[in-house]
Design a protein around this ligand. Structure first.
Ligand code: ZN
Length: 124
C-alpha cells in the first residue's frame, strides 16, 4: 500500500513513488521534487473576466479592473477530474511560480515513525 501524505485540499504526494497526485481522482501530476503545476492544465484568463470594471471602461481609463497588459490570471486544473487546484496572478511573461517545495525525506521519516508508533511531538 502506498504511503500518501496530503499537502493541500487537492494535492497529495505518494512518498513511495515520489509523485504528486490529485486527492479527488488519484491522477499523477509528476515528480514530487518538481512543481505540481507541470502536471496540470493551465487556463490563462483576462483578469477583467473575474474582476469586472466597476465604472464604464469606454469613458474612463481606470475602471478598478486589473489591466490584462500588466496582470494575468492563471487557473490550474487536474487533467483527470477537472478540479481547480490553484489560481495565481502573475505579470504576463512571468515564469510559473514554484510555490511548494517538499522535504521528502522528512515526510518519509515521519510516515515511518507513525507506522512504527514512535512519532514524537518534534517529528509531528
Ligand atoms: Zn483529479
Amino acid at each position: 500500500m502506498a504511503t500518501i501524505e496530503r499537502i493541500t485540499e487537492y494535492l497529495e504526494v505518494d512518498l513511495d513513488a515520489e509523485a504528486w497526485r490529485c486527492t479527488r481522482c488519484g491522477r499523477e501530476h509528476g515528480p514530487a521534487g518538481e512543481s505540481y503545476k507541470r502536471g496540470l492544465v493551465v487556463h490563462r484568463r483576462d483578469p477583467a473576466e473575474i474582476h469586472r470594471p466597476l465604472i464604464d471602461p469606454d469613458a474612463y481609463a481606470f475602471t478598478f479592473a486589473p489591466d490584462a497588459e500588466w496582470c494575468q490570471l492563471l487557473e490550474y486544473y487536474c487533467p483527470g477530474c477537472a478540479v481547480m487546484v490553484e489560481v495565481e496572478y502573475l505579470p504576463p511573461g512571468h515564469p510559473i511560480t514554484h510555490d511548494i517545495e517538499l522535504d521528502l525525506q522528512w515526510l518519509k521519516d515521519r510516515a515511518a515513525a507513525r507506522a512504527a508508533g514512535t512519532e514524537t511531538e518534534e517529528a509531528a
